[in-house]
Ligand binder design. Structure first.
Ligand code: FES
Length: 111
């Protein structure tokens, strides 16, 4: 299956280490700009129905604010309990340059 990339937002809208929740094709996604890259992870914690974009970003992970599991932004894997299941992560492309650059995400393919 080929990945259909959809424009999620402008790159300039993403602040470093400040997650932004967007919806792409009905899928809630948390976009995170950190360590010079942009990551897209499903916004719902795998432990309960909690929005990950309200959590803190540290060391390329996002922490669920409710019980403290951290999910690796590259793989979606939790680093510790109580969550045991990974959260889907999605491929990201940056299109364009400078202030007009866009963040594209494909939710039809998990990376
Ligand atoms: S709801 Fe996220 S760790 Fe419990």
């Amino acid at each position: 299956m080929t990945a259909a990339y959809v424009r999620a937002c402008g790159l300039a809208e993403l602040e470093e280490d400040s997650p932004k929740r967007v919806e792409i094709d009905g899928v809630p996604v948390s976009l995170v700009r950190t360590e010079g890259e942009v990551f897209a992870i499903n916004d719902i914690c795998s432990h309960a129905n909690v929005s990950l974009s309200e959590g803190e970003v540290e060391d390329c992970s996002i922490e669920c604010w409710l019980h403290g599991s951290s999910f690796d932004l590259r793989t979606g894997k939790p680093s510790g309990l109580p969550a045991t299941q990974p959260v889907p992560v999605y491929p990201v492309k940056i299109e364009g340059e400078g202030p007009d650059a866009s963040v594209l995400v494909s939710v039809t393919q998990e990376s």
